[in-house]
Write a protein of this length. Sequence first.
Length: 210
Amino acid sequence: MRYFITGTDTDSGKTYVTSLLLRALNAAGKPAVGFKPVCCGDRQDVEALLAAGAPGPTADEVNPVFFAQPLSPLVAGWMANVPFDFEAILTGWKELSGKHEHLLVEGAGGWEVPVTVKETMADVAVALGLPVVVVVNNRLGALNHTLLTVRAVQSRGLKCAAIVLNYPQDERDSASISNPAALREIFPDIPLVEVMHGETELDLADFPLD
């Protein structure tokens, strides 16, 4: 299993969902590790992937490009006066993919967050060539954000393998209640998975991935 996991925006729940998937894979006897090509601000996401994944990789192997400022990779690189190292990502991917059959790649920010003036995280995903899982923050506005992201993924020639509707809180409103039905109608050929607030385990049988 190898997928690129993106989000409709920052804080959509990418790390949460990726960690749940890693734990489920490892519990099922499929040793899996995470790969976070770019991280900005701190390495909490990296630490979460390391904790959820199979043992072996170091933080630098899981996260080859790190900027200390909590900004887009483009601006964080400007602040650090460090050019974006695309080659480090490709090298890190090659090394991890040579050692591990099951790999989950978590993007940074949303699909088109800039990493250079001319490149975005979408270019990173294209370079890796993986099917994409889109994590959606289930709230008002989710339909617009999901449409934009899924269509952008498809326009890059990549497969959208699943949409994960993440519930960031227990409270429900009319938008969060109706979004699942709307998304199933809009994207009938893309599996939709709902991850409820506070969920600590995923059943791989309910997750329509290879």
